[in-house]
Design a protein around this ligand. Structure first.
Ligand code: PAF
Length: 290
C-alpha cells in the first residue's frame, strides 16, 4: 500500500494508474476508521481495480474548535486496517499542503440542501466539506467516489456539487452500517462510555418509533417528529440539535409525510454529537435497548 503525503505525488500516482487503463475508486475519510468505512472500501473495490483512501481531518468543516481537537486520531490502526483490505494507496496530506498560507477559495452549495438540519446547526460545515471534497477530487482524479448514506445531507450535497460543477466523478452511496445494538457506526462512537451509549440508543429507537407510527398511518410531520423527541428527551444529558422530516429529492419540509420522506436527527449525548435518519415506511431498525 503506497502512502502519499503531497498533492504532486498523489496526482502522479493516479495519473500513472489511469494511463495504464486502470479505473480508480476513492474513499475520502477523516480516519478513526471502523467497519462502516471498511464497507465503503469494499464498495469501492467492487467498482474499480484501484482503491485510494484519504485520511485527513479537514479543519474547515469544523465550526467548533473543541470538536476538532476532540476528533479521534488513530493513524497506525487505520493504516493496518486499510492494508488488510488491500487498499492500493492512502493519501495523507498535511494542512499546509491542503490549505497553504493565503488560501482563500471555497466551494459553496446553496438552496434547500443547505438551509436546514446540519447546515444550520453547524454553520460553514458543508462549505468546508464541499471545498475539501472538490480539492480531493482534483488531486486523486478518481473515476468514482464512495460516501456513506449515514451522512445523507452530506452525500446529497456532494452529488449536487459534483453534477453542478461537471466533475468527472461518479458518486456512489453505501448503506449505513449499525452495531448489533442498533447504533449507527460512527467515529464519534469511540467517545461514548457504556452509560452514554445506552442514552445514544434512544436515537435509533426513537426513529424506529416514528417509523412504526408512520407504518400504522400517522402522517402529520410534527407528530412523527414529536415521537422521536419524546424518546430522546427523557434521558438527562441528551440534547436535541434537530429532528426534522424532509422529502427527497427536493429536501423540502412537508406538513404531511409520505414514503419519499426521511426523518433525520442530530443529538448531543453528554456533548458528543451523533446523527442518524430513517426512511419512513422503510426497513425497521432493531435496537437492543433505549
Ligand atoms: O464524511 C467525512 O468523513 C468527511 O466529511 C469527508 C467526506 C471525508 C470530508 O472531509
Amino acid at each position: 500500500m503506497d502512502q502519499l503525503t503531497s498533492i504532486a505525488s498523489q496526482r502522479a500516482w493516479s495519473r500513472a494508474r489511469r494511463a495504464a487503463g486502470e479505473r480508480i475508486s476513492f474513499v475520502p475519510t477523516m480516519g478513526a476508521l471502523h467497519e462502516g468505512h471498511l464497507s465503503l472500501v469494499r464498495r469501492a473495490r467492487q467498482d474499480a481495480k484501484r482503491v485510494v483512501v484519504s485520511i485527513y481531518v479537514n479543519p474547515t468543516q469544523f465550526d467548533n474548535p473543541e470538536d476538532l481537537s476532540a476528533y479521534p486520531v488513530t493513524l497506525a490502526a487505520d493504516l493496518a486496517l486499510l492494508e488488510k483490505e488491500g487498499v492500493d494507496a492512502v493519501f495523507l496530506p498535511t494542512t499546509s499542503e491542503m490549505y497553504p498560507n493565503g488560501y482563500c477559495t471555497f466551494v459553496e452549495v446553496v438552496g434547500p440542501l443547505t438551509d436546514k438540519m446540519c447546515a444550520i446547526a453547524r454553520p460553514g460545515h458543508f462549505r468546508g466539506v464541499a471545498t475539501v471534497v472538490t480539492k480531493l477530487f482534483t488531486i486523486v482524479e478518481p473515476d468514482s467516489a464512495v460516501f456513506g448514506q449515514k451522512d445523507l445531507q452530506q452525500v446529497l450535497i456532494i452529488s449536487r456539487m459534483t453534477g453542478d460543477l461537471a466533475l468527472p466523478v461518479e458518486v456512489l452511496v453505501s448503506p449505513t452500517l449499525r452495531d448489533p445494538d442498533g447504533l449507527a457506526m460512527s467515529s464519534r462512537n469511540r467517545r461514548l462510555n457504556p452509560e452514554m451509549r445506552a442514552k445514544a440508543l434512544s436515537l435509533p429507537f426513537g426513529l424506529e418509533q416514528a417509523n412504526r407510527a408512520f407504518k400504522q398511518g400517522e402522517r402529520t410531520a410534527v407528530k412523527l417528529e414529536e415521537l422521536l423527541y419524546n424518546e430522546l428527551l427523557v434521558h438527562p444529558g441528551v440534547d436535541v440539535d434537530y429532528a426534522t422530516i424532509v422529502e427527497l429529492p427536493g429536501f423540502n419540509e412537508p406538513e404531511f409525510a409520505n414514503d419519499q420522506c426521511i426523518l433525520a436527527a442530530a443529538v448531543f449525548v453528554d456533548g458528543v454529537r451523533l446523527i442518524d435518519h430513517i426512511h419512513l415506511g422503510g426497513q425497521s431498525l432493531t435496537v437492543a435497548q433505549a
